[in-house]
Write a protein that binds this ligand. Structure first.
Ligand SMILES: NC(=O)c1ccc[n+]([C@@H]2O[C@H](COP(=O)([O-])OP(=O)(O)OC[C@H]3O[C@@H](n4cnc5c(N)ncnc54)[C@H](O)[C@@H]3O)[C@@H](O)[C@H]2O)c1
Length: 264
């Protein structure tokens, strides 16, 4: 006997899928048979991922939107449903430190830092989750998976706003799961450890990478495809009894020491 995950006939929306983890998640959903709506704020990045998927024989469309905006998010969900025939799975993957809002001591963060960083992490997730949940309530169910962070499981000195915003999503998942469970909507989060996406590679020097690897029990970082496989699994029927929790995928990094001050 073998067990396979087949998302054929399903429609999956992946936000922030023009690069990094989101791009790999979109590719893996297409590989598993789903029709994929590829969201990004950067139109050319979304188009490139769509081309990659269709060239490999999959089905994908671009749904370009800035997910910090309610109307843009509604339009993204509506055009996914209109063009692909429904919405079964949503992976809310957007998250980042906005340009100019880098790592800082807690006492130096001002109101604009708080507003921008929570907008790019917590608010985008909440707005997308709301629009997707409404659509799934109307269609009879679905799965919503948020991408949070391993930084939510331990102190995150000098990155306090990002970690707090991501931790808020882990909690949001519990409330959404209780409210939406009766509508047959499962809500989960997966929390990656450090993954060398283009944006992380640009921010970390070699020493920082070596320190993270050395302090992680599995002595390595997490790979993009490992997160994509987990997303495909968590949103499949194999995981149908799971809702309202976050799943760490961090090579054991949560067991390692808190980042010292000299690693800002
Ligand atoms: N890479 C890591 O080490 C790591 C670790 C833990 C958690 N995460 C989380 O995983 C997720 C993906 O991380 P990544 O490193 O792949 O990110 P990334 O920066 O490589 O890609 C994010 C994508 O989101 C898009 N985007 C940003 N703001 C948007 C908006 N408002 N609307 C639409 N699209 C928008 C960007 O254009 C980009 O293509 C994020 O939520 C991040 O916080 C990453």
């Amino acid at each position: 006997m073998s067990i396979t995950i087949d998302h054929a006939g399903k429609v999956a929306l992946v936000t922030g899928a023009g690069a990094g983890i989101g791009r790999e998640v979109a590719r893996w959903f297409a590989e598993a048979g789903a029709a994929v709506a590829v969201n990004d704020i950067r139109a050319e990045h979304a188009a490139a991922v769509v081309n990659e998927i269709t060239a490999a024989g999959g089905t994908a469309i671009a749904v370009v939107a800035d997910c910090r905006d309610d109307d843009a998010v509604d339009t993204m969900v509506a055009s996914t449903i209109e063009q692909l025939g429904g919405l079964d799975i949503a992976v809310n993957n957007i998250g980042m430190l906005p340009p100019g809002r880098g790592l800082k001591p807690f006492v130096e963060y001002r109101g604009d830092d708080w507003r921008d960083i929570t907008d790019q992490n917590l608010t985008v997730a909440a707005l997308c989750g709301r629009a997707e949940a409404e659509a799934m309530q109307a269609s009879g169910g679905g799965v919503i998976l948020f991408v949070t962070s391993g930084e939510t499981t331990r102190p995150s000195p000098y990155n306090s706003i990002y970690a707090a915003a991501k931790a808020a999503i882990n909690h949001l998942v519990t409330s959404m799961a209780v409210e939406l469970g009766p509508d047959e909507i499962r809500v989960l989060a997966m929390a990656p450890g450090t993954t060398l996406t283009e944006s992380v590679a640009a921010a970390f020097d070699e020493d920082r990478v070596d320190q993270i690897v050395a302090s992680t029990p599995l002595r390595r970082m997490v790979e993009h495809d490992e997160l994509a496989r987990l997303a495909v699994f968590l949103t499949s029927d194999l995981a149908r009894c799971m809702t309202g929790q976050f799943i760490l995928a961090d090579a054991g990094a949560f067991l390692s020491r808190t980042r010292p001050a000299n690693q800002i």
